[in-house]
Design a protein around this ligand. Structure first.
Ligand SMILES: Nc1nc2c(ncn2[C@@H]2O[C@H](COP(=O)(O)OP(=O)(O)OP(=O)(O)O)[C@@H](O)[C@H]2O)c(=O)[nH]1
Ligand SMILES: [Mg+2]
Length: 448
């Protein structure tokens, strides 16, 4: 999702070849400028960034490392906005959050994602409130979402006044000891008086700890402008950028930070409930620079795989004993983590891979379904040790899962190779090997 920007930065850095070469620096800055404008970053922000990178690079002596350092610091300065980061809990529960935004920006989906995040990663008891009584199907949409993620919903369709709904929801939240209350509100096509009036009333009734503004990143500079209006008219404490996985140019994140001056708190990176990431400037800068986000990945993984399982798995991989049972378990865990593409971008050095890799759909991949069918026709012992399979068993299995024997052989062989590779790369030197290999495949990448 940061590919466009990351790629442009890589291109810019490649222009600097020689130590102490002012011409090379000028070229790199030009490249950077073009890239940022193309990524839909506001021209004022671009200008500021270029001036600062140039000044800092010169101050420390022109060179690749200095340029990188200046770029990294400047990006960090832009993205680091005073205010809260991630999700902040009120001293006394429940923490009440008002979700606002224009029509279709992703409020309802993001409310579901936040609830999922709070439930699984933070182990909180969450109440979602249906306060969008404008759109006919809004309450039903939220009901379906909350049922799926198994989070409680407060709704009252006999009432058409969101203020009353919010008031009763808060009473319920207090008596039933909820940790967090997320209030989904109605959107409008554009900012108008009626919307602001209603939001103001809901805000007074809810007295929220924080107001989140959900901005559709696909709308680029418009998202920045409407966020500014919401900030002036209602007051917002954080921005969540939705649809960052789409064809967005990425620059909108820089625009929100520098022009709206409200901290970006989360990024929505897909349609699944798990596709929400905490926005931490330092991590994002690392990713923009193509260095990956190890903490983010660990956090995401920790929510679904417990530590013990993870350790056992690592042990198995090291011994080359990773088998088909483990494989199926892994696939299930991965599904819980959200889309592959967003995960790949977090692994150091894999940023470029995630672009190359089409969004791999774990539910509908034909290859995966074949493997699953094959595994389900194997006995538990065979799953642990596929070497036990002789020809006649392979034939039976092929019949059982509707594959040809050739396909069965192919999958078994691939799996064996993968297991060997995993063993090789799990050793001390392994990670370095893997990184070297990736860098070669990508034809460069950032120098470290
Ligand atoms: N790809 C992608 N789609 C998203 C994301 N967030 C929301 N969407 C999609 O955007 C559409 C609108 O999302 P909603 O959550 O219904 O938006 P809303 O702001 O509640 O809309 P209204 O209630 O009509 O104002 C849905 O189809 C969502 O699936 C995201 O991060 N990535
Ligand atoms: Mg909605």
């Amino acid at each position: 999702m940061f590919e466009t920007l990351t790629d442009s930065f890589t291109a810019a850095i490649k222009k600097i070849r020689f130590h102490d070469d002012e011409k090379a620096l000028k070229k790199a800055l030009q490249e950077l400028k073009k890239a940022l404008l193309k990524a839909d970053v506001h021209h004022k922000v671009v200008k500021e960034l270029i001036v600062k990178v140039e000044y800092d690079t010169k101050a420390s002596g022109i060179g690749k490392d200095q340029f990188l350092e200046a770029l990294r610091n400047t990006l960090y300065e832009i993205l680091e906005v005073r205010g809260n980061q991630g999700f902040v809990f009120a001293p006394n529960p429940p923490t009440v959050i008002l979700m606002t935004g224009l029509q279709g920006s992703g409020k309802t989906t993001t409310t579901g994602k936040l609830a999922t995040y709070l439930k699984h990663q933070k182990k909180k008891k969450v109440l979602v409130v249906a306060a969008d009584l404008q759109r006919l199907a809004a309450v039903e949409q939220l009901r379906q979402i909350t049922e799926k993620i198994e989070v409680d919903l407060y709704s009252d369709e006999t009432n058409s006044d969101p203020v009353v709904v919010v008031q009763s929801a808060l009473v319920k939240a207090a008596t039933s000891l909820y940790d967090v209350v997320l209030i989904d509100t109605a959107g409008r096509l554009a900012i108008d008086e009626a919307l602001m009036q209603q939001l103001q009333e809901v805000k007074e009734a809810a007295s929220p700890d924080e107001i989140f503004y959900v901005a559709d990143s696909l709308t680029g500079q418009d998202a920045v402008r409407t966020a500014q209006s919401f900030r002036e008219k209602i007051g917002i404490d954080g921005v969540i950028l939705s649809k960052y996985d789409g064809d967005s140019k990425g620059g909108v994140a820089l625009g929100i930070a520098s022009q709206v001056e409200v901290p970006l708190r989360f990024i929505g990176s897909g349609e699944k409930m798990e596709d929400l990431e905490v926005f931490l400037p330092e991590r994002i800068v690392n990713r923009l620079m193509g260095l990956g986000d190890v903490e983010g990945l660990a956090e995401k993984t920790a929510g679904v795989i417990d530590e013990k399982t993870a350790k056992e798995l690592t042990k198995k991989i090291k011994k080359g004993k990773f088998n088909f049972n483990d494989f199926l378990e892994q696939i299930e865990s991965m599904k819980k983590m959200g889309s592959m593409k967003s995960l790949m971008g977090m692994i150091p050095g894999m940023g470029a891979m995630s672009k190359a890799m089409k969004d791999f759909d774990l539910d509908n991949s034909q290859e995966l379904n074949q493997i699953k069918a094959l595994v389900s026709s194997m006995t538990p012992k065979e799953r642990e040790d596929p070497d036990l399979l002789n020809n006649s068993r392979k034939q039976r299995i092929a019949k059982g899962c509707g594959l040809s024997q050739m396909e069965v052989n192919k999958i078994l062989k691939q799996f064996k190779n993968a297991s060997k590779m995993a063993k090789r790369f799990s050793g001390k030197k392994g990670m370095k090997d893997l990184q070297n290999m990736m860098t070669q495949m990508q034809g460069g990448g950032f120098p470290r």
